[in-house]
Design a protein around this ligand. Sequence first.
Ligand SMILES: [Zn+2]
Length: 212
Amino acid sequence: MNPGDSLLQMSFPSVMVPTRESVAAFDRPGERLLIATDGVYLEVVRPWIRVVRRIARYDVPTAIPYGRVEAVTQQLCGPVPPQLIAEFRSMARTGHPIEVMAWIVWNALTGAFRIVQLKAKSQGAGHIEGYQRPDLADGEHLIVDCHSHGAYGAYFSPTDDKDDAFDVKFAFVLGDCGHERLSTAFRLCAKGIFEKSALPKSWRGVLDAEVV
Ligand SMILES: [Zn+2]
Protein backbone atom coordinates (compact mmCIF):
# COMPACT_ATOMS: atom_id res chain seq x y z
CA MET A 1 0.00 0.00 0.00
CA ASN A 2 1.14 3.57 -0.54
CA PRO A 3 2.95 5.19 2.41
CA GLY A 4 0.25 7.85 2.98
CA ASP A 5 -2.56 5.33 3.49
CA SER A 6 -0.30 2.98 5.49
CA LEU A 7 0.43 5.79 7.91
CA LEU A 8 -3.24 6.79 8.09
CA GLN A 9 -4.36 3.23 8.81
CA MET A 10 -1.68 2.77 11.45
CA SER A 11 -2.77 5.93 13.23
CA PHE A 12 -6.52 5.12 12.95
CA PRO A 13 -6.79 1.32 12.76
CA SER A 14 -9.83 -0.95 12.50
CA VAL A 15 -10.14 -4.06 14.64
CA MET A 16 -12.14 -7.24 13.96
CA VAL A 17 -13.75 -7.88 17.37
CA PRO A 18 -13.05 -11.47 18.53
CA THR A 19 -15.95 -13.74 19.57
CA ARG A 20 -14.18 -15.70 22.34
CA GLU A 21 -12.55 -12.88 24.27
CA SER A 22 -13.06 -9.16 24.74
CA VAL A 23 -11.03 -6.59 22.88
CA ALA A 24 -8.16 -5.20 24.93
CA ALA A 25 -8.38 -1.43 25.46
CA PHE A 26 -6.46 0.67 22.95
CA ASP A 27 -3.01 1.10 24.50
CA ARG A 28 -2.34 4.67 23.41
CA PRO A 29 -4.15 7.98 22.98
CA GLY A 30 -6.00 8.06 19.69
CA GLU A 31 -9.00 6.54 17.94
CA ARG A 32 -9.84 3.27 16.28
CA LEU A 33 -12.85 1.46 14.86
CA LEU A 34 -14.08 -1.78 16.34
CA ILE A 35 -15.99 -3.89 13.82
CA ALA A 36 -18.49 -5.90 15.88
CA THR A 37 -21.36 -8.26 15.07
CA ASP A 38 -23.97 -5.53 15.55
CA GLY A 39 -22.24 -2.55 14.02
CA VAL A 40 -19.20 -0.35 14.08
CA TYR A 41 -17.92 1.18 17.32
CA LEU A 42 -15.60 4.12 17.80
CA GLU A 43 -13.04 3.87 20.60
CA VAL A 44 -11.56 7.19 21.71
CA VAL A 45 -8.67 7.20 24.18
CA ARG A 46 -7.10 10.19 25.90
CA PRO A 47 -4.89 10.21 29.00
CA TRP A 48 -7.97 11.19 31.03
CA ILE A 49 -10.79 9.19 29.43
CA ARG A 50 -11.67 6.13 27.37
CA VAL A 51 -14.97 6.10 25.49
CA VAL A 52 -16.45 3.34 23.32
CA ARG A 53 -19.72 3.96 21.46
CA ARG A 54 -21.54 2.42 18.53
CA ILE A 55 -21.51 4.88 15.64
CA ALA A 56 -23.08 2.73 12.87
CA ARG A 57 -25.36 -0.27 12.38
CA TYR A 58 -25.60 -2.55 9.36
CA ASP A 59 -28.25 -1.72 6.79
CA VAL A 60 -28.92 -5.37 5.92
CA PRO A 61 -29.31 -8.40 8.25
CA THR A 62 -26.19 -10.12 6.98
CA ALA A 63 -24.20 -12.31 9.42
CA ILE A 64 -21.02 -10.65 10.63
CA PRO A 65 -18.91 -13.34 12.36
CA TYR A 66 -17.37 -11.00 14.91
CA GLY A 67 -17.90 -10.50 18.62
CA ARG A 68 -19.74 -7.99 20.77
CA VAL A 69 -18.58 -4.72 22.27
CA GLU A 70 -19.94 -2.90 25.31
CA ALA A 71 -20.29 0.88 25.40
CA VAL A 72 -17.69 2.16 27.86
CA THR A 73 -16.96 5.45 29.65
CA GLN A 74 -13.86 5.28 31.83
CA GLN A 75 -12.97 8.60 33.40
CA LEU A 76 -9.32 7.91 34.11
CA CYS A 77 -8.66 11.32 35.71
CA GLY A 78 -11.19 10.68 38.48
CA PRO A 79 -14.04 13.03 39.41
CA VAL A 80 -13.81 16.77 38.76
CA PRO A 81 -13.63 18.64 42.11
CA PRO A 82 -17.08 20.26 42.66
CA GLN A 83 -15.30 23.34 44.06
CA LEU A 84 -14.25 24.21 40.47
CA ILE A 85 -17.90 24.09 39.39
CA ALA A 86 -18.68 26.52 42.21
CA GLU A 87 -15.86 28.74 40.93
CA PHE A 88 -17.34 28.71 37.44
CA ARG A 89 -20.75 29.61 38.85
CA SER A 90 -19.13 32.64 40.50
CA MET A 91 -17.51 33.65 37.19
CA ALA A 92 -20.89 33.30 35.42
CA ARG A 93 -22.65 35.38 38.08
CA THR A 94 -19.96 38.07 38.09
CA GLY A 95 -19.93 38.25 34.29
CA HIS A 96 -23.71 38.33 33.87
CA PRO A 97 -25.24 39.44 31.49
CA ILE A 98 -21.99 38.96 29.56
CA GLU A 99 -21.20 35.34 28.69
CA VAL A 100 -18.08 33.83 30.16
CA MET A 101 -16.04 30.78 29.24
CA ALA A 102 -13.65 28.67 31.25
CA TRP A 103 -11.78 25.41 30.95
CA ILE A 104 -11.38 22.91 33.75
CA VAL A 105 -8.11 21.19 32.99
CA TRP A 106 -6.35 18.19 34.53
CA ASN A 107 -2.64 17.57 34.69
CA ALA A 108 -1.75 13.95 33.90
CA LEU A 109 1.70 14.42 35.48
CA THR A 110 0.51 15.80 38.83
CA GLY A 111 -3.15 14.73 38.97
CA ALA A 112 -4.14 18.35 39.77
CA PHE A 113 -7.25 20.06 38.40
CA ARG A 114 -7.57 23.81 37.86
CA ILE A 115 -10.00 26.22 36.20
CA VAL A 116 -8.87 28.92 33.78
CA GLN A 117 -11.14 31.65 32.43
CA LEU A 118 -10.94 32.25 28.67
CA LYS A 119 -10.61 35.57 26.92
CA ALA A 120 -13.18 36.02 24.15
CA LYS A 121 -12.14 37.81 20.95
CA SER A 122 -15.44 39.65 21.15
CA GLN A 123 -18.19 38.96 23.61
CA GLY A 124 -21.58 40.32 24.48
CA ALA A 125 -24.96 39.44 25.86
CA GLY A 126 -25.54 37.33 22.74
CA HIS A 127 -23.14 34.54 21.94
CA ILE A 128 -19.38 34.48 22.25
CA GLU A 129 -17.69 35.07 18.90
CA GLY A 130 -14.56 32.98 19.06
CA TYR A 131 -12.21 32.76 22.00
CA GLN A 132 -8.57 32.19 22.67
CA ARG A 133 -7.63 28.72 23.77
CA PRO A 134 -5.61 29.06 26.98
CA ASP A 135 -1.97 28.06 27.26
CA LEU A 136 -1.75 24.73 29.00
CA ALA A 137 1.20 23.37 30.95
CA ASP A 138 2.92 20.11 29.98
CA GLY A 139 0.61 17.21 30.70
CA GLU A 140 -2.53 19.36 31.00
CA HIS A 141 -5.73 18.34 29.22
CA LEU A 142 -9.11 20.00 28.75
CA ILE A 143 -11.70 18.06 30.76
CA VAL A 144 -14.72 20.40 31.04
CA ASP A 145 -15.41 23.21 28.58
CA CYS A 146 -17.67 25.62 30.53
CA HIS A 147 -19.62 28.59 29.23
CA SER A 148 -22.50 30.70 30.46
CA HIS A 149 -25.52 32.04 28.56
CA GLY A 150 -26.02 35.21 30.57
CA ALA A 151 -29.73 35.89 30.95
CA TYR A 152 -30.71 33.06 28.57
CA GLY A 153 -31.40 29.46 29.53
CA ALA A 154 -28.78 26.73 29.37
CA TYR A 155 -28.87 24.55 26.24
CA PHE A 156 -26.55 23.52 23.41
CA SER A 157 -26.93 25.83 20.44
CA PRO A 158 -26.01 25.01 16.81
CA THR A 159 -22.88 27.17 17.43
CA ASP A 160 -22.01 24.99 20.44
CA ASP A 161 -22.48 21.87 18.27
CA LYS A 162 -20.08 23.31 15.71
CA ASP A 163 -17.53 24.29 18.36
CA ASP A 164 -17.73 20.89 20.06
CA ALA A 165 -17.66 18.70 16.94
CA PHE A 166 -14.04 17.58 17.07
CA ASP A 167 -13.17 17.74 20.75
CA VAL A 168 -13.00 15.09 23.42
CA LYS A 169 -14.35 16.75 26.58
CA PHE A 170 -17.35 17.39 28.73
CA ALA A 171 -19.31 20.54 27.89
CA PHE A 172 -21.14 22.43 30.62
CA VAL A 173 -23.48 25.42 30.26
CA LEU A 174 -24.92 27.65 32.96
CA GLY A 175 -27.92 29.79 32.02
CA ASP A 176 -30.34 32.22 33.67
CA CYS A 177 -27.33 33.68 35.46
CA GLY A 178 -29.36 36.52 37.01
CA HIS A 179 -31.88 34.13 38.58
CA GLU A 180 -31.68 32.54 41.96
CA ARG A 181 -31.51 29.06 40.42
CA LEU A 182 -29.27 28.73 37.37
CA SER A 183 -30.26 26.40 34.54
CA THR A 184 -27.70 23.82 33.43
CA ALA A 185 -26.83 21.68 30.41
CA PHE A 186 -24.17 18.99 30.36
CA ARG A 187 -22.88 16.56 27.77
CA LEU A 188 -20.01 14.33 26.76
CA CYS A 189 -18.38 15.26 23.45
CA ALA A 190 -16.17 12.69 21.76
CA LYS A 191 -15.25 13.21 18.14
CA GLY A 192 -18.77 14.06 16.97
CA ILE A 193 -20.57 11.95 19.58
CA PHE A 194 -22.77 14.21 21.73
CA GLU A 195 -24.31 12.58 24.77
CA LYS A 196 -26.41 14.72 27.08
CA SER A 197 -26.69 13.53 30.64
CA ALA A 198 -27.68 14.62 34.13
CA LEU A 199 -25.12 16.64 36.06
CA PRO A 200 -22.79 14.66 38.31
CA LYS A 201 -24.45 14.58 41.77
CA SER A 202 -21.59 16.44 43.47
CA TRP A 203 -21.91 19.30 40.93
CA ARG A 204 -25.65 19.49 41.50
CA GLY A 205 -24.87 19.63 45.19
CA VAL A 206 -22.62 22.71 45.01
CA LEU A 207 -24.97 24.49 42.57
CA ASP A 208 -28.00 23.85 44.78
CA ALA A 209 -26.03 24.77 47.90
CA GLU A 210 -25.92 28.39 46.71
CA VAL A 211 -29.71 28.57 46.80
CA VAL A 212 -30.74 28.92 50.44
ZN1 LIG B 1 -23.93 28.03 24.31
